[in-house]
Ligand binder design. Sequence first.
Ligand code: ARG
Length: 302
Amino acid sequence: MSPKVMTLDDLKLIKGAHAKELEHIKYIKEFRNKTIVVKYGGSALEVQKVISYLIEDLIFLKQLHINVVLLHGGSRQLNEVLKSKKIKHESIDGIRVTTKEILDHAVAEFTKVNKSIVDEINRKGQDEIKGIGINGNEVPVTISEYLDKAKYQYVGHIVDVNVEFINALDSQYIPVLSSLSQTKDHQALNINADTNAAEIAKKLNAYKLIIVTDKDGILGKDGKLLSSVNESQIKEMLEEGTISEGMVPKVLACLSAIEGNVKKVHIINGTKQDALVNELFTDSGIGTEIVKQSKLSKIKYA
Ligand code: ARG
């Protein structure tokens, strides 16, 4: 059999593959031993398939010696329970008014979500990587105060973060944190999961905060995905209303993380398989990255 002659296209393919490999290796090296906080939430996301994608990516990151901390919400599960029990609930300024009864259900539901994520990590991690659940109502990872008891009832805002619970863990563990907190007198409070993630990322001096949603990222005025934006551009977009509704609290949490020295923040669409890995290990990413002031002068479209 005569040997196959390489065409120019074959060579380009090899060269291209090599360039891609180098691109991946560059980031693998950069992120090694760094801490990445991943916030996972959004009602459409809390489905088994998406959790499965994300956990596969997180285990992969751990295998590359990147520290990951996972934070989650549980609003879809909570809403379902409230609906089935016919418990009325309302939101003021986008904040869920949390009565004692709703808080009890939130504790139960968020704990269940936490356990199912931890179980899935343990199943997929095959003894090499393990998940460990940290429920903020039981373990004082964050300390909070009532946001406005008369208005929102059992809703808190974080006043202190004790990351030693996370730092004390062996490197084979992925800490999985729920979005509950407690007062210094150990009263459980419901907290916003994005803010929680930003506060913990800041206190951990995280290299990155990644918000996993069911949206592709931040969209510009023309509705196109923005690949890269900086702090002042984000502020401008908030002022002119280009960023609106559900994206606002997320983006505010991102800004607070960036201002608090988290190097970079990303918003990505978790319903796409390998989303996290594609964002982290390619130059162009797949979502929106938010960087500090000096990095960019012009908005970069995807
Ligand atoms: N992989 C690089 C990082 O994680 C670049 C990501 C770029 N992402 C983007 N949406 N433009 O820092």
